[in-house]
Design a protein around this ligand. Structure first.
Ligand code: FCB
Length: 458
């Protein structure tokens, strides 16, 4: 790459950063909001690191003007955030709470005032507890509940928000919440998992239909997390374990949305726990979407593990490879691979990278107003290079959102894992942009030239 212009991203490429409601807002019950399943889960001791909760988090609910100012100073063009369903509909359905809606109204206006385009996620895991009491994602009625809630949000914000994501990472909702119990609502059932997955997909499709029915301007899509799955060894057992993991994580949600059917492999994995679903459901599920949001963090190296049903696979660490603090392997080439794979399997749908980033053990203290995070800078450099390479190969990648705008409540890991471009001191709520924020700002300012012109190969 000698021509410096080719180091640039396409005109109009959208540069952003992301958060989610429960992870940053705090004040989860303020102004008449109904509690969510994460409120309950975190207030049950032992479920999270040091039983930490999102009660305060980054206090974004009250400090959003400062946060928007920091976004502007970084040069962000877009901010992806989620709505807390229970702020808007305290019981999950029925009565709308204007005070809760008011927060998002003010946030959107504040963003637009600074020229920052909002991308709104309708569901980032914080189901109203009142709906969980009626079965939550296991109740087929939830597709209608979700579509009604989506309709309220489209109507209230659709005049100013033109990028909408229905669900964030249905795979994590189910794997964490219904199969292994490490996320809210903390169930462990291989019988429930396929039902929850299916109802999430039906809810997604019903919300897309509500968007179309309202004739809203803008685009609506689904956000999934994807990980290439590689076998730990070339043994047939490990190869089969990687294939099962791939079907379970990468095909389970995209095949129904783009092809209208689940892969056969899921029936084999879940066995007697896999139900027959009504054929008509797939008409709703495959309602065409305008874009696919991809969250990418790592690849999975899998070995056969009979102790871990139903997929019977577990992760191994590869000696000599770099890992983040989670620990997830740093593998930018797998990021390129997964974007190319989406086009190959599902066609050239417009893509937004809706999350990508890394937790590292940053220095505890801000020194001279600075937080040095060289590993995160390197992570972003390499992954943005992978993204640029996908675009060079003709994939329609339209934007990129760093995870995360700021350090926040990392679910069951509490505040122990920091993903932010901006450091948050959780004692004082002081914000300090890290070196990675400056680097990302420079990348945005130069349309990618600041990445240099070396290349990532798949
Ligand atoms: C993703 C989630 C996001 C954050 C990152 C680290 O799975 O969507 O909320 O926790 O992981």
């Amino acid at each position: 790459m000698s021509d410096s212009r080719s180091a640039r991203f396409p005109e109009g490429f959208l540069w952003g950063a992301a958060t989610s409601a429960y992870q940053v807002e705090g004040s989860p019950l303020a102004d008449g909001a109904g509690p969510s399943i994460w409120q309950r889960f975190t207030h049950t001791p032992g479920n999270t690191f040091e039983s930490q909760t999102g009660d305060v988090a980054c206090d974004h609910y009250r400090r959003y003007p400062e946060d928007v100012r920091l976004m502007r100073e970084m040069g962000l063009q877009a901010y992806r955030f989620s709505l807390a369903w229970g702020r808007i509909l305290p019981e999950g359905r029925g009565r709308v709470n204007p005070a809760g809606l008011g927060f998002y109204d003010r946030l959107v206006d504040e963003l637009l005032k600074d020229g920052i385009r909002p991308m709104v996620t309708l569901y980032h895991w914080d189901l109203p507890a009142a709906l969980d009491d009626q079965g939550g994602w296991l109740n087929r009625d939830i597709a209608g509940w979700f579509a009604d809630y989506a309709g309220v949000a489209f109507k209230a914000l659709g005049d100013r928000v033109d990028l909408w994501a229905t669900l964030n990472e249905p795979w994590v909702v189910v794997d964490g919440g219904y199969l292994y119990g490490v996320h809210a609502p903390g169930h462990r059932s291989r019988f429930e998992a396929p039902l929850a997955s299916h109802n999430l997909l039906r809810a997604h499709g019903a919300a897309v239909r509500a968007f179309r029915a309202g004739a809203h301007a803008g685009q609506v899509g689904l956000v999934v997390n994807l990980e290439p799955k590689d076998p730990a060894t070339s043994s047939p057992e490990d190869v089969a374990a990687a294939e099962r993991s791939d079907a379970y994580m990468n095909h389970q949600y995209l095949d129904p949305v783009f092809k209208g059917a689940y892969p056969q492999a899921l029936r084999d994995i879940f066995g007697e726990a896999w139900p027959e679903f009504p054929a008509a459901d797939f008409d709703v599920i495959r309602e065409p979407i305008d874009f696919l949001g991809i969250n990418y963090y790592t690849r999975g190296v899998m070995k056969h593990d009979p102790e871990r049903p139903p997929v019977r696979a577990s992760h191994v660490q590869v000696p000599g490879r770099p890992y983040t603090a989670i620990p997830w392997e740093v593998s930018p080439e797998s990021f390129l691979r997964v974007i190319l794979w989406v086009r190959e399997r599902y066609g050239n749908i417009p893509i937004y990278v809706t999350e990508n980033g890394a937790a590292f053990a940053d220095p505890d203290h801000v020194r001279d107003g600075r937080v040095e995070d060289p590993q995160r800078v390197e992570y972003y450099r390499e992954h943005l290079m992978a993204c640029r390479e996908a675009i060079r190969r003709g994939v329609d990648v339209r934007g990129y959102f760093a995870w995360s705008l700021m350090d926040n409540f990392e679910w069951s890991a509490g505040y122990s894992k920091r993903f932010g471009l901006i450091h948050v001191d959780f004692e004082t709520q002081a914000r300090t942009p890290k070196d990675s924020a400056r680097f990302y700002g420079e990348v945005i300012r130069t349309h990618g030239e600041a990445l240099g012109d070396s290349q990532i190969e798949a």
